[in-house]
Design a protein around this ligand. Structure first.
Ligand SMILES: Nc1ncnc2c1ncn2[C@@H]1O[C@H](COP(=O)(O)OP(=O)(O)O)[C@@H](O)[C@H]1O
Ligand SMILES: C[C@@](O)(CCOP(=O)(O)O)CC(=O)O
Ligand SMILES: [Mg+2]
Length: 388
């Protein structure tokens, strides 16, 4: 049996970090995906065989004998398939970390260990210590602010829960081999994926896994999700500064700043909340002529600029991000970081009337700094499943 699940990355238009502290944020799925393909031998029997994961983008593959997993995670494995989603306990996490340490991960790729821990947790909690092989491949840059960690957890959870027979794909995605899940099944995938994100991020808000699971454009506040109907297409240029960073460390840094300056940071988070609320209502306006469109885009740009200023207050900007801001401002274009910051990706709003020539010039200038620019479709499908 082969089950494939693919889950999209995301951009955050407003509200990253503040969303971890209860503010609203606005995010949208993009058309870059992480895919998990699960192969299960016909009659899996706990104790025999291996659990393998091939992380094709990193060129690394890992495996554990099922007997070893059973020995280390007995309870988790035994209770699998009956469990509702639940957090990974510190004891389980320690046992999983030891299993990951059985493999020598090259120092330059040590950041993978968090992803491997999330993999082992989701696999053994949902399928038990059954032998199987998962091949993961992704079109998303890893650790760059486009939600690769969430897409990884959502695609894995989708494939594993389908294999366990707990969720069932139904509607087809027009003209493709992919199928969708119903709302209740998506909720279940999302809850499991959130447990994976917790292992990778420490203290995630849940926005990334929610938008990767449900797709579309959403407003998210304290776990509550509202679907936004974008009145006009939102066009964004993405610039990957290629400066590596780690979401867990950046989220922890903002929390530390908030505990040092609780009142000042509460005001910052409150201001971000207001920006996200305003941005979400502007996005839904349908501008029907050029004047209305220009006015809508100017408002969006101004809110993005204000949000970027507040992200600087939180201490998550970076000199590479500032270079993107300066370069795009020369062409009257507004940019903000997206995701956790500290490097990674920057969004630039592309006004409808912007000429191709200007777009080419700004892209050339950004690329001359060693950055990588690309355009994405915003607000598409979330998790999709294919059963072969
Ligand atoms: N395709 C993948 N294969 C293995 N691990 C992955 C993959 N995608 C994401 N991860 C895990 O997620 C981490 C990156 O997550 P994070 O720092 O939150 O950045 P982002 O979510 O913005 O890409 C990686 O270090 C790795 O542990
Ligand atoms: C900084 C944050 O708001 C988004 C992190 O996104 P990413 O992992 O950098 O893609 C954290 C969160 O909401 O969990
Ligand atoms: Mg992430």
């Amino acid at each position: 049996m082969e089950i494939r699940a693919r889950a999209p990355g995301k951009i955050i238009l407003a509200g990253e970090h503040a969303v971890v502290h209860g503010s609203s944020a606005v995010a949208a799925a993009i058309d870059l995906y992480t895919q998990s393909s699960l192969h299960l031998p016909p009659s899996g029997d706990g104790g025999a065989g291996e659990v393998e994961v091939d992380l094709t983008d990193t060129g690394l593959a890992f495996s554990w004998p099922c007997s070893r997993l059973l020995e280390a995670l007995g309870e988790t494995c035994r209770k699998a398939e009956l469990q509702a989603p639940r957090p990974c306990s510190p004891e389980e996490l320690a046992a999983i970390a030891k299993l990951v340490e059985l493999h020598e991960i090259p120092e330059a790729k040590i950041w993978l260990s968090a992803g491997l821990s999330a993999f082992l947790y989701l696999y053994t909690s949902i399928l038990g210590c059954r032998p199987g092989k998962v091949v993961v491949s992704s079109g998303l840059p890893m650790g760059a602010g486009l939600g690769s960690s969430a897409a990884f957890s959502v695609s894995l959870s989708g494939a594993l829960l389908t294999a366990a027979g707990v969720v069932h794909p139904e509607g087809a995605v027009g003209g493709t081999e992919w199928q969708l899940l119903g709302k209740d099944h998506l909720e279940l995938v999302n809850t499991w994926a959130f447990q994976g994100e917790k292992i990778i991020h420490g203290k995630p808000s849940g926005i990334d896994n929610a938008v990767s699971t449900f797709g579309s454009m959403i407003k998210f506040k304290k776990g509550e999700l509202t679907n936004l109907k974008s009145g006009n297409p939102v066009k964004m240029l993405i610039t990957d500064t290629r400066v590596g960073r780690n979401t867990k460390a950046l989220v922890a840094g903002v929390s530390e700043r908030a505990s040092r300056h609780p009142d000042a940071m509460a005001s910052v988070f409150h201001a971000v909340n207001t920006i996200s609320e305003e941005l979400s209502s502007i996005v839904e306006l349908a501008a029907t002529d050029e004047i209305a469109m220009t006015s809508k885009e100017e408002k969006l740009a101004e809110l993005m600029e204000m949000n970027q200023g507040l992200l600087q207050c939180m201490g998550v900007s970076h000199s590479s991000i500032e270079t993107v801001l300066r370069s795009t401002l020369k062409y009257n274009l507004v940019s903000k970081l997206t995701g956790a910051g500290g490097g990674g990706c920057v969004l630039t709003l592309i006004p409808t009337l912007l000429s191709k020539l200007v777009l080419e010039k700004v892209t050339t200038e950004l690329e001359s700094h060693g950055f990588r620019c690309f355009k994405v479709e915003v607000g598409g499908q979330g998790l999709q499943i294919h059963q072969g």
